[in-house]
Design a binder for this molecule. Structure first.
Ligand code: KG4
Ligand code: ZN
Length: 330
């Protein structure tokens, strides 16, 4: 079965072709980084216009590279939410138009479910229920994944997402967008610092987190000129790692889960990944982190998850776009 995956929820246009016999045949994306760089964040109207420009050429390239004709596609999967409404509409319209023209089934996919489930493509030994730590530019969630149709958010940030805190901190230090990779490279240039940034909400006994205070602490530190951006980046990464490790460990204990999936754009961060792996090893929990090209937004995660949903026979065919779609309402 050949599944086309379409991802346009934010600022990456991506197309993938997944063949459940041969594997992931194609997974390419067009990044809008340069377009949004000067705004220090994603400019929604420009994002949807740019998806319109690049989606069809990417699809044509996918057909050419995979020696496919559109009628050979069996299933069309696309990200229906959550995301920017204009951007989602571009992918949804393309998917539904193609599905109608070719008389093929269309599967609306939840963006976060796709971020999580792609881990099962690379590691089929992952079994339900498992714990997922999804950390991206817009969201920071601890999720108990009971099945592909049933997820429960058991912890979340009460304010900024980790990626947002990284992006905003980078902007304060005049680093380019997105800030996460910049902060990771700067942090790698030193081995220690006397600077300590706060670890918010650690005393709160629950699984919720908070990162906006950290961003304020970065502003206050930066304006004093007592520490370099490298030191601030190093301390910031350490604080985030401590909060994620402590809250995740608590979630593993309370759920009894024996497998952890760390995913989303921020899971591309090697320091955070190795710190979480270290904690899991001590607790005898298996830790899975998708490879970098599957961590940041990509069509492969949509194609794989769409294919699994289609095979399960349960998906809401009538859904078009849902910008505020919650993982609790799959
Ligand atoms: O999942 P994603 O590609 O898009 C969203 O759905 O948000 O995540 C983007 C986020 C950005 O905040 C970016 O700064 C962060 O992921 N990011 C990283 C790294 N690579 C991307 N954060 C820390 N370290 C990285 N290496
Ligand atoms: Zn994402």
């Amino acid at each position: 079965m050949i599944t086309l995956g379409i991802e346009t929820s934010c600022d990456d246009t991506s197309i993938a072709i997944f063949d459940d016999n041969k594997g992931m045949l194609y997974n390419k994306r067009h990044s809008q980084l340069e377009l949004h760089n000067r705004y220090g964040g994603v400019f929604p109207e420009l994002a949807s216009r740019d998806h319109q420009v690049h989606l069809l050429p990417l699809f044509d390239d996918a057909m050419k590279q995979c020696f496919l004709k559109p009628h050979l596609i069996d299933v069309i999967a696309y990200t229906a939410g959550p995301g920017l409404v204009g951007s989602l509409f571009v992918g949804a319209s393309f998917a539904h138009g193609l599905g109608l023209a070719l008389s093929k089934p269309i599967v609306p996919v939840h963006h976060h479910l796709a971020h999580i489930e792609i881990a099962r493509f690379q590691s089929p030994e992952i079994s339900y229920p498992y714990l997922a730590l999804l950390v991206s530019g817009g969201h920071t969630f601890l999720i108990l994944v009971k099945s592909i149709h049933d997820c429960e958010i058991i912890g979340a940030t009460v304010d900024d997402a980790v990626g947002e805190a990284l992006d905003k901190s980078a902007r304060i230090m005049s680093l380019p967008y997105p800030g996460g990779p910049e902060i990771e490279s700067l942090a790698k240039t030193i081995n220690e610092t006397d600077l300590t940034l706060p670890r918010p909400m650690l005393k709160d006994p629950g699984l919720n987190m908070s990162f906006s205070g950290l961003k304020t602490a970065v502003i206050n530190t930066f304006v004093k000129h007592l520490h370099t951006p490298a030191e601030i980046s190093y301390a910031l990464q350490k604080s985030i790692a401590d909060v994620l490790v402590i809250k995740t460990r608590r979630a593993l204990v309370s759920t009894g889960a024996k497998q952890l999936v760390f995913c989303g754009g921020v899971a591309a961060n090697m320091y955070l990944g190795s710190t979480l792996r270290g904690m899991c090893e001590k607790k005898n929990v298996s830790c899975f982190i998708p490879e970098i090209s599957y961590c940041t937004d990509n069509g492969a995660m949509v194609a794989f998850t769409g294919s699994e949903l289609y095979r399960s026979g349960i998906f809401q065919k009538e859904r078009f776009v849902e910008p505020g779609w919650s993982l609790n309402d799959l």
